[in-house]
Design a protein around this ligand. Structure first.
Ligand code: ME8
Length: 562
């Protein structure tokens, strides 16, 4: 396939533009990030398309010049939630994360630490891998760019592009930011010649380089963008990238000389690949592009990349350009999330305000950390991190609403029924049924758009309803009245059933607490073996034999409470 030929497009993205109503019957014309229930044609475009039930989700591969921070934890947590969610839906999921281990930045950090680059990356990679363990991240694979399988893939892709006449040797002159590993064109700089991203001084470099003919892909990429309005999400980012491409694309330098910490260019070992060319290809290494046709053809068509907004351009311009050039279809979606500031300030080492995920988890637990990041901020917008906000959010939602409802339910079951209860004969209830139906519709819709905060808002409507129901029905009063025993059974069973449904909904977000709750509910099958939406129906607990109820999220006392 050559640039200009768009036949792959139709094959890769079958037409799914048929107008369709929102699942709960609302008007589907125009959701915004802030208000996803508003109208838009995007609604039906925003569904994740599965290829044969496969879903491939990736995080950026993180630089190992330093230890992980909240930004890394954020993207990885979001990817984990999607992976768990789609697994619950019975899909085959491939969830890839990893580390970006080449380039000048690593060499510099190693030098400063008195280590070789290999020693440095071997040490720091462990910090990432351990963090994912304690955060309950369920990735299927972890890729390091120093691995042989990756090096082979980079070289294969280069070979592929060369064969198609899309690579040439020239001379590169530009302003380079070492910490950001980015070249800046003169026209984007002012006279100070500092990096527009990080503000640090740039170095002027002039050297031989291989180039990828990205400029040839201006038109194909614009056509692709027009045909895929949800290729880049959120919408504001899509527009930003579209106008960037409309501004014209330049060929991209893809190799460096004099830097041996990188993947060698085949046939010209004085060159190593530019770290971004190298890094992006990790997503192909993760599906064994070179060796395993089947894995690639199963998973690649449904690949979704989650990235921070700062690296969106690489993922939505250079990367699809490289792929189209090599005859590979572009990803299904690139979603750019916002940045965390810390108590209103930009997070930086020099300010000493970098949030250490290890510390947060140590103090509050992985579930609270995960929950806070996903609920506090609409995915796609910037957010502010503070311990106070985390405490308030977790106390309100996890302790006072969810935890309270479930705990009260289990305690009452124990007290009034010795922990055992059967499904009542007459159980159907229109109000509960329509509430659940609406929650499922909006939850699934939000999850498809990666609107995690909105998905959780929906789930909590069930917990609220449960709490209100307890207050209204006052089981402690029913317990005292002999003619109300049947009603008490129904109330308790409803609450128990509601706790089961809540557990299924929240499992992707707070897997540890959900697992514990599942056991407390006495459910026989493992949580992971249940399926949504099939099991999201009332009345699926047959006979309840509970374990002892433990509070899931004891309130955190903050300074004001003490
Ligand atoms: O960019 N808030 O790696 P990286 C939210 N190796 N996200 C943040 C953040 C913040 N304050 N700070 C950083 C790289 N991030 C490349 C990726 S992929 C082929 C190569 C996010 O370790 C940032 O937006 O610098 C990015 O998505 C991620 O951390 C990786 O950062």
């Amino acid at each position: 396939m050559i640039a200009g030929d768009m036949s792959w497009l139709e094959k890769a993205h079958p037409i799914y533009y048929t107008a369709r109503k929102a699942p709960w019957g609302g008007d589907p014309s125009g959701p915004t990030l802030e208000n996803p229930w508003m109208p838009a044609i995007q609604i039906h475009l925003a569904e994740v398309i599965m290829n044969e039930g496969c879903f491939y989700i990736t995080t950026p591969i993180y630089y190992v010049n330093d230890v992980p921070h909240i930004g890394h934890a954020y993207t990885t947590c979001a990817a984990d939630i999607l992976a768990r969610y789609f697994r619950l839906r019975g899909q085959r999921v491939l969830f890839l994360t990893g580390t970006d281990e080449h380039g000048q930045k690593i060499v510099k950090a190693a030098r400063e630490a008195g280590l070789t680059p290999q020693e440095l990356v071997d040490r720091v990679v462990v910090r990432f891998q351990e963090l994912w363990k304690i955060m309950d991240i369920s990735h299927d694979d972890f890729i390091r760019t120093t691995e042989e399988r990756h090096i082979r893939t980079v070289q294969a892709l280069f070979h592929n592009l060369s064969e198609r006449g899309l690579v040439y040797k020239g001379e590169y002159e530009g302003w380079y930011c070492v910490p950001c590993e980015t070249f800046w064109p003169e026209n984007q700089l002012d006279e100070r010649k500092v990096c527009p991203d990080c503000g640090r001084s740039l170095e002027k470099l002039k050297e031989d380089s291989y180039f990828f003919a990205l400029s040839k892909f201006e038109k194909p990429l614009l056509e692709f963008f027009s045909s895929q309005p949800d290729f880049v999400m959120p919408e504001s980012r899509y527009n930003e990238i579209m106008s960037f491409i409309q501004g014209g694309l330049k060929d991209q330098s893809i190799s460096r000389v004099g830097l041996n910490w990188g993947v060698p260019v085949p046939g010209d070992p004085s060159h190593t690949f530019y770290v971004w060319f190298d890094a992006l290809i990790n997503y192909l290494s993760g599906v064994d592009y070179v060796d395993r046709e089947e894995k690639f053809s199963d998973f690649w068509p449904s690949v979704v990349h989650l990235v921070g907004k700062d690296i969106l351009r690489f993922h939505s311009v250079l990367w699809p350009g490289m792929l189209v050039g090599a005859g590979i279809q572009p990803p299904q979606r690139v979603f750019a999330h916002g940045w965390w500031t810390i108590e209103g300030d930009k997070m930086s080492k020099s300010k000493g305000n970098v949030v250490d995920p290890y510390q947060v988890i140590d103090t509050y637990g992985a579930d609270r950390f995960r929950y806070f990041m996903m609920r506090e901020v609409t995915f796609g917008l910037d957010g502010d991190y503070s311990e106070r906000a985390l405490i308030e959010r977790c106390n309100a939602d996890l302790s006072d609403n969810f935890g309270n409802m479930v705990h009260r339910t289990l305690k009452m079951l124990d007290k009034y029924r010795g922990g055992k209860i059967s499904r009542p004969v007459s159980y159907s209830d229109g109000e509960w049924e329509s509430l659940l139906e609406e929650v499922i519709g909006k939850f699934e819709f939000s999850m498809n758009r990666f609107a995690f905060a909105q998905a959780l808002e929906q789930v909590w409507r069930l917990a609220h309803a449960g709490n209100r129901y307890i207050d209204k029905k006052a089981p402690w009063k029913l317990a005292k009245l002999p003619d109300k025993q049947e009603e008490l059974d129904t109330v308790l069973y409803r609450l128990l059933d509601c706790s089961r449904l809540l557990t299924l909904f929240v499992f992707p977000f707070i897997p540890r607490a959900a697992g514990k709750l599942w056991e407390m509910l006495g459910m026989e099958k493992l949580l992971e073996e249940h399926r949504i939406p099939e099991d999201l129906v009332w009345g699926k607990i047959q006979m309840f034999k509970p374990r002892e109820a433990q509070p899931l999220f004891p309130r955190i006392l903050d300074d004001e409470d003490r």
